[in-house]
Design a protein around this ligand. Structure first.
Ligand code: JD8
Length: 255
């Protein structure tokens, strides 16, 4: 997969040199290119912003450097799917990550200040698929952290990036539930023990316990996710847990 990132803060993307994504880049699974938008400025101050049309606070990213950047990075016949990070975008999700992981070429446009001149997005949309996408319902200074997060979520789904792809199936948000708690040795630590069932060797009992814990956690922390579950994926015991949840005693887990 090819990934291009355009930003005035290329240093934000240095974590992508590390760990599993760094290894995937070394192995050629991911071709990630980070571009400094100021490279396509021509004035002595390398200016990328202007005052907002219609007035108001802050500055807006001017279209000229973006246009010249697109001309140079997107040569030839191929076109990337352009993702413009914005608090006004469609919400990013695991489902979106899965869809984007199937694409050959993604390009991230990271804004700063009050964001990009809308004509950059409109112009690009006449030439390539464009999606304005938001990391979530909170305000950041710019699009870099959102793009970094999306790149991590997408690239780990590219075949070969994660060695044990079975581990991708049992995570939070993959089956619509939060994942169960995890433990490792020692069996007792500072007076806290590992639940007996996990040391029983009974794989059926372990699976059922994890399913119960997933449901209980999701009911308490993300009731919105439980409401969205496909009824046909729930067995009798799931339904019983969900019914009981309304009258359940609170415990430390919900803190
Ligand atoms: C891009 C500039 C700064 C500050 C309006 C647009 C995503 N979930 C998210 N929260 N914030 C962003 C995000 C913020 C950005 C830009 C993404 C470009 N800003 C804000 C307040 C005033 N601008 C985001 N994805």
């Amino acid at each position: 997969m090819r990934l291009d990132v355009v930003t005035v803060f290329p240093e934000y993307f240095s974590p992508l040199d590390l760990s599993l994504i760094g290894k995937a880049r070394e192995r050629g699974l991911i071709d990630l290119r980070v571009h400094d938008l100021r490279r396509w400025t021509h004035d002595v101050h390398h200016s990328v912003d202007g005052t907002p049309a219609g007035g108001g606070a802050g500055m807006v990213m001017k279209p000229q450097p973006w246009g010249e950047c697109f001309d140079e990075v997107i040569d030839g016949q191929r076109r990337p799917h352009l993702l413009v990070t914005s608090p006004a975008g469609e919400p990013f999700s695991q489902k979106k990550a899965t869809e984007l992981a199937r694409e050959d070429w993604l390009m991230f446009a990271c804004g700063r200040y009050e964001g990009l001149d809308q004509r950059v997005v409109d112009y690009a949309a006449e030439r390539m698929p464009v999606t304005e996408v938001s990391l979530g319902d909170y305000v950041l200074f710019g699009g870099e952290v959102a793009a970094l997060t999306m790149i991590e979520a997408v690239t780990r789904l590219v075949p070969g990036v994660v060695g044990n792809s079975a581990s991708l199936d049992e995570e939070s948000h993959v089956n619509g539930l939060l994942e169960a708690p995890a433990y490792t040795k020692p069996a007792e630590w500072r007076g806290h023990v590992i639940p007996d069932v996990l040391r029983s060797g009974d794989h059926g009992a372990v699976d059922r316990w994890r399913r119960d814990q997933s449901l209980i956690r999701t009911l308490r922390r993300r009731p919105d996710l439980v409401a969205q579950l496909d009824e046909s994926t729930l067995d009798k015991r799931d339904r019983h847990l969900i019914e009981r949840a309304g009258i359940d005693e609170p415990d430390a887990d919900q803190a």
